[in-house]
Design a protein around this ligand. Structure first.
Ligand code: ADP
Ligand code: MG
Length: 266
């Protein structure tokens, strides 16, 4: 059964899309069957894996509104190394349509139901808002991965995100947990980065990934070539960091599995 991870933070520019693309590519490189779901009307994850968002016949919008099945709208990307459910401006219509619907929060969860057996990981790149689309991703996922830029205002807004996660867990999705907090765009020369990072560790402890994503120009350049960093420059520090993150995600899943087995007496 696929493990579904929502990459969420209502702040824009914190590295959600960069993380979604590069985690998806790195998990695929580690032999996992991966589906990347673009939930953002900006379609940045779609473009970032080399798909022209303007030329799409079918998108996640058609799937979320129940007009098409997931399988019809999903396409293989990067020589078939993983799959993408693409998005473009039509996602705005999905947001509006689902808000009017009863149980509109559950559209992604329902769409993924039959696909869960075909993948090991589903990575959902959320829009920069606590919107209906983000709530859909939180409702469908096992864990939420929160990218955080280690800057002064990083912790601001985290309370709102945690409240939303708490509500979704209480009302819709009892499985939902924090997959991890990820420090992104880290600059060791900036003292503030170190301070914010220390604050995160003291608040969230082991929920913070050991892996730190450095500020790395290759990560910023790769999307304009429609490539994950791994394909654009595998030797870059950013690409290596995302490989390490994928290893950490896999290790945490194994540990979680082991703990569950232990608690069931196995
Ligand atoms: P979000 O999806 O949260 O809005 P993005 O992943 O699009 O954030 O990142 C915002 C901008 O920062 C993009 O231009 C991206 O290329 C760049 N970026 C993201 N992570 C890094 C990094 N580690 N180093 C350098 N640039 C980065
Ligand atoms: Mg984004």
């Amino acid at each position: 059964m696929a493990r579904v991870i929502a990459v969420a933070n209502q702040k824009g520019g914190v590295g959600k899309t960069t993380t979604s693309i590069n985690l998806a590519a790195s998990l695929a490189a580690a032999g996992q069957r991966v589906l990347l779901v673009d939930m953002d009307a900006q379609g940045n994850a779609t473009m970032g894996v080399g798909v022209d968002k303007a030329g799409l016949k079918l998108t996640g919008c058609d799937v979320l509104l129940g007009e098409r099945s997931l399988g019809e709208a999903v396409r293989p990307v990067l020589d078939g190394r993983f799959d993408l459910l693409p998005a473009n401006g039509d996602m705005t219509a999905a947001e509006v349509g689902l808000r009017r619907r009863r149980n509109g929060e559950l559209a992604l969860s329902e769409a993924l139901r039959d696909a869960r057996g075909r993948y090991d990981y589903v990575i959902a790149d959320c829009p920069p808002a606590l919107s209906m689309l983000t709530v859909n991703a939180l409702s469908a996922c096992d864990g939420v991965l929160i990218p955080m830029q280690c800057e002064y205002y990083a912790l601001e807004g985290l309370t709102a995100l945690m409240d939303t996660i708490e509500k979704v867990r209480a009302v819709i999705n009892p499985r939902l947990r924090i997959e991890g907090l990820l420090r992104t765009m880290y600059d060791p020369r900036n003292r503030l980065s170190g301070d914010v990072s220390a604050q995160l560790l003291s608040h969230f402890g082991e929920q913070v990934y050991e892996t730190i994503i450095p500020r790395n120009v290759r990560l910023a350049e790769a999307p304009s070539h429609g490539l994950p960093a791994l394909d654009y420059d595998a030797s870059a520090a950013g690409a290596k960091a995302y490989r390490a993150l994928a290893d950490e995600v896999l290790a945490r899943a194994r540990d979680g599995q082991r703990n569950t087995e232990t608690s069931h007496g196995g």
